[in-house]
Each structure stands twice: as C-alpha cells, then as structure tokens.
Design a protein. Structure first.
Length: 71
C-alpha cells in the first residue's frame, strides 16, 4: 500500500525515521537522539529491530520544546 500526500505530486509521505535521519533533521549527533529517547522526549517504535521514530513524535517534540509550546 502506498500512502500519498494529496498536497504533493505523488510523493510518498514518510511515517518513520531512523536515528541517523532524525539526527540529520535536528542537526545533532545520533548519541543526542538516543539521549532524547532515553529521557522520553522522543518516542520510538519497538515493533522493529532498529529504532524508528514517527513523524508524529518529531512534531510533538518540536511543539513541546519550543517557545510558546508545552506546559
């Protein structure tokens, strides 16, 4: 099954990202991503052999850790 974003011209929308990909997105080290996971600031999928972080978890992290967001 192919999930397509209707706003894009046929591009497949990413649902999960690897630790190195998240590190690249955030501009931090992989070790820092693992620290965020350990602190519970990011959540990963435990269904796969390697950790995968959902786009929803990334969005939640950004909204709760930026000015005006969160608590």
């Amino acid at each position: 099954m192919k999930i397509v974003n209707p706003n894009d011209s046929g591009r497949v929308e990413r649902l999960l990202y690897s630790v190195p990909e998240v590190a690249g997105l955030f501009g931090i080290s992989e070790k820092s991503v693992y620290r965020l996971l350990a602190r519970g600031l990011l959540k990963s999928s435990s269904a796969l052999r390697h950790k995968r972080i959902s786009q929803a978890s990334i969005d939640e992290f950004i909204s709760t850790t930026t000015n005006g967001g969160g608590k």
